[in-house]
Each structure stands twice: as C-alpha cells, then as structure tokens.
Design a protein around this ligand. Sequence first.
Ligand code: SF4
Ligand code: F3S
Ligand code: FES
Length: 248
Amino acid sequence: MGYKAKFRVWRGEGGEGQLEDFTVEVNEGEVVLDVIHRLQATQAPDLAVRWNCKAGKCGSCSMEINGKPRLGCMTRMSTFEESETITVTPMRTFPVIKDLVCDVSFNYQKAREIPSFTPPKDVKPGEYRMQQIDVERSQEFRKCIECFMCNNVCHVIRDHDENKPAFAGPRFLMRIAELDMHPYDEVDRKDAAQEEHGLGYCNITKCCTEVCPEHIKITDNALIPMKERVVDRKYDPLVWLGSKIFKR
Ligand code: SF4
Ligand code: F3S
Ligand code: FES
C-alpha cells in the first residue's frame, strides 16, 4: 500500500545550503532512490543526485540517510516507519557540488598515488601460477564498487580536511594491502603504507567495515594484517634485513 513519506533533503551548492522538507508518495517495494527520483519528477526538477545502475553495483548513489552512509538504491523504504522523517544529505567528507552530489576526486587522487601491480619482468601474462588461497584472499577486496562510503565515514578525515594529504583512507589502504599480499607483486609496499599513505592514522575503529555495502572485512582482512606486516618489519631485524636483501 502506498503512503506519503516525509523527506528532509539537503539543497545547496557552492558551500551554502539548507535542509528542505518535502512530502512524497511512496509505493510498495520502493527504495530511497526511487523516492528521490519521484521528488525530482514532481516537485524539485533541479535536485541533483548521482546514480547509474540502481542495483548496488556502480557505487554512484552514496549518500547519508538519517546520518548513516548508505546506497540510496539499496535502502528499502520498508526499513523506516511510515511516520518517520527521512533525512537525506550528501556524503560529509567530500565537498558538495550541488544538493546530494559530492566531488569525490580526493579518492581518485589517492588511487593515482599507489604504484600499480608490478609483476616480475620475465613472467608473461598467462604464465602466472598462484595458490587458490592467494586468489581468494584478494578476490574479497576486488568486490569493491568504489562507493567511497568507507572513506567518507572514517573519522581520520571525516571532520579533518587537514589529514587528507597524508591519509589514503580505508579503500586505498585496502588496495595497498591487496597488492602487498599478491605473490607476483614486486613493489615493497610496507614502508610506503606507513609513511606515505597514513596506515598509522588508522586506529581500527572498524566504521569503514560497518558501512561497506559489499560486506568486505576491510579492517580485519586488509588493514590489520597490513599493520602486522609493517610491525614485523619494524621490530624484527632479521625480517627487515631479509626484506632489504631479497626484496620479496
Ligand atoms: Fe565502498 Fe566497500 Fe569499496 Fe569502501 S571498500 S569503497 S565501502 S565497496
Ligand atoms: Fe578508519 Fe576503518 Fe581504520 S574507519 S580508523 S580506516 S578501521
Ligand atoms: Fe549504482 Fe546505487 S545506483 S549503486
């Protein structure tokens, strides 16, 4: 059965804006993004919202719903009381372009700072032979849809723009960990993770893991093991010496 929902939506651009109240029709089976689209179609034609797949796979429709980072297309209206006012705001960690659309270029900048996968020169594509366990380990991280909700929620940068230059955020620390675990990657990533990408800023609050729509165990499976490898390097002189001589 349809009903009328109360929506409070952030409207604004250029660093200025305010929450605006709307009453919008909701039909059975709809998600928050459906209601935002109805709002666009019926009351606010200039409302900016980013989306693409409507299937939880493109990572475009990240927003904050009642203060929590969520994908608009995967958040069912049935999870709210009909009487509830649903507040929809843009991700807080990135500058707002307009309404619900953020400038997420910080994330692409961080992606570019990580050296890409570097296999040995004498092993050609098609000749890689890996243990299944090594394949499965990185498979989990490859599920990332780059919604950037983990980077958005991490307290290190959420209200601290000053930390952004030194911190890659969970999404890209996970990428470094993934490459570091790859048996064919030849780049030594441990010192850089700590010194250039800010692994030490992470104090394992696990907020990133909690919001990940792909249920990737970012903290337990990527960040903590990476921290352990960095610490092993630092405090075990033989490991350190071996790493310098053999370079993995
Ligand atoms: Fe989104 Fe999860 Fe990827 Fe972070 S790790 S960008 S939360 S899919
Ligand atoms: Fe931030 Fe995740 Fe670490 S939220 S502090 S990167 S565990
Ligand atoms: Fe693609 Fe929501 S529109 S993840």
